[in-house]
Design a binder for this molecule. Structure first.
Ligand SMILES: [Zn+2]
Length: 309
């Protein structure tokens, strides 16, 4: 009701062109808020609707122009998000499959750092700080209920340019009924989308358990199920040299490193990460997110297919 009254008051004070400008400015404001938090888009649209309906002066033509402008701006936001890598597009050949590494041509030194079980107080942001300082992008498999508790940290993962992915809502290991398994995936997908605007189709099963329901459901929804090839064993909180050894010893071109930013005390991981990045860089590795890794692999396989034809 408050909004209705405000709009009417303003309308009385303003001339027609001014009101149009005011509407345009409000629209731009609404759209920019919507762009930052897509969760708000529906609310923003209904506000827009409300304004149009209560404004006799806004002709159908103006409404059409505003809608056109809105579409244009949303498209450019989507394009920008695509360029930033916020939109995840997994190549078709990897949809519905499970993998733990890729095999790059000529042993091209690419490696993916992955972090599970966040967002988590303190540690997730410390890891984000380290990645930022080293200009490294990683992949975060988040837990739905943690996203609900720490949405701002979840948003930062995406805003910093990392890939966010699905790690179920509750992190259960036991056998789940098909309905519960589906909900574990769908509810997490939804909260990631509502919080960050990213619709993910990457899944990592808690504990790497593939046979208890969620992984099968994820594959049926064309998710890629992403395992790992180098386990840091960081959940055991090893001393830093041991953690580094676990990772470096098992790493290879096209490998996927498993670490944790949440789920408990992650000091070891935070302490080991800068040195780990340094060592990989010294060895000539390039850090990629999982979607980037899959894209590289996809192009390579396309090239092979062309050769065979
Ligand atoms: Zn986990």
């Amino acid at each position: 009701m408050k909004k209705l009254i405000r709009v009417r008051t303003i309308r009385n004070k303003l001339t027609i062109p001014n009101f149009f400008l005011f509407g345009l400015a409000t629209l731009i404001l609404i759209l920019s808020v919507g762009a930052v938090t897509p969760l708000q888009t529906n609310v923003a649209s209904s506000n827009l609707e409300l304004m149009s309906n209560t404004t006799n002066l806004a002709s159908i033509q103006t409404k059409g122009r505003l809608e056109g402008l809105k579409t244009q701006m949303l498209n450019s936001w989507q394009e920008e998000a695509r360029q930033k890598g916020v939109f995840q597009e997994i190549p078709k050949r990897f949809q519905g499959v499970t993998l733990n590494a890729v095999k790059p041509n000529n042993h091209k030194k690419i490696i993916a750092l992955t972090f599970d079980d966040g967002p988590w107080p303190k540690y997730t942001e410390q890891i984000l700080d380290i990645l930022k300082a080293n200009n490294v992008k990683g992949t975060f498999f988040v837990i739905g209920r943690n996203m609900k508790n720490l949405p701002e940290v979840g948003k930062r993962i995406v805003n910093d340019g990392h890939t966010i992915a699905n790690h179920t809502w509750h992190h259960w290991y036991h056998r789940l009924s098909p309905r519960v398994a589906a909900n574990e995936i769908d509810a997490t997908e939804e909260i990631i989308y509502k919080t960050t605007g990213v619709r993910t189709n990457l899944f990592r099963p808690p504990g790497g358990v593939l046979g208890n329901g969620p992984a099968a459901y994820a594959r049926s929804k064309n998710y890629s199920v992403i395992m790992w090839s180098a386990d840091s064993n960081d959940y055991k909180r090893p001393a830093v040299p041991r953690l580094l050894g676990n990772v470096m010893r098992n790493s290879k071109p096209g490998g996927i490193v498993l670490m944790h930013d949440g789920g408990g005390d992650r000091q070891s991981t935070v302490q080991a990460l800068p040195e780990m990045i340094k060592r990989f860089k010294q060895q000539g590795y390039q850090f990629v997110t999982i979607p980037e890794m899959l894209e590289i692999e996809d192009k390579q396989m396309q090239a092979i297919a062309v050769k065979l034809n």
